[in-house]
Design a protein around this ligand. Structure first.
Ligand code: CO
Length: 133
């Protein structure tokens, strides 16, 4: 079911500083984009084969706030694989004995495409996002 790597998401305490560092290395870095419905401000680093997303908490109930409390300098928050059919991917994740976060049903992700997240304890300690291509 897994096809491409879509992105690696890194939670950062200071988005401008992190974006500037990647620009200094010649990366194609987007302007910051506030996503209030996801509780994050994001910057995309576009590479030929995948993206890196830098995430900074936005608002009081950001899903990455507690992550940054545990990892104050930042850290890899999740990785995202593309799948052809995210509903089928959700079933497969459950069939192989892993947990899908929330009610198991796809939600619209940061790119406007349906996504699910799988429990990090069932994936080698890494939060996994599956995004429909
Ligand atoms: Co993501």
């Amino acid at each position: 079911m897994i096809t491409w790597l879509n992105h690696v998401a890194i939670a950062v305490p200071d988005l401008e500083k992190a974006a500037a560092q990647y620009r200094l290395m010649g990366a194609d870095v987007s302007a910051p984009q506030a996503l209030p419905e996801h509780g994050v401000t994001v910057v995309f680093i576009k590479l030929p084969n995948a993206k890196v997303e830098l995430l900074q908490p936005l608002g009081e109930h950001s899903p990455i706030a507690s992550f940054l409390e545990k990892n104050p300098v930042g850290g890899i928050h999740h990785i995202c694989f593309e799948v052809v059919d995210v509903e089928a991917a959700s079933k497969t994740v459950i069939d192989i004995g892993a947990r899908v976060l929330g009610d198991g049903r796809p939600k619209l992700g940061a790119h406007g495409k349906p996504v699910i997240f799988a429990h990090p304890k069932d994936f080698q300690g890494t939060l996994i996002e599956f995004e429909q291509t």
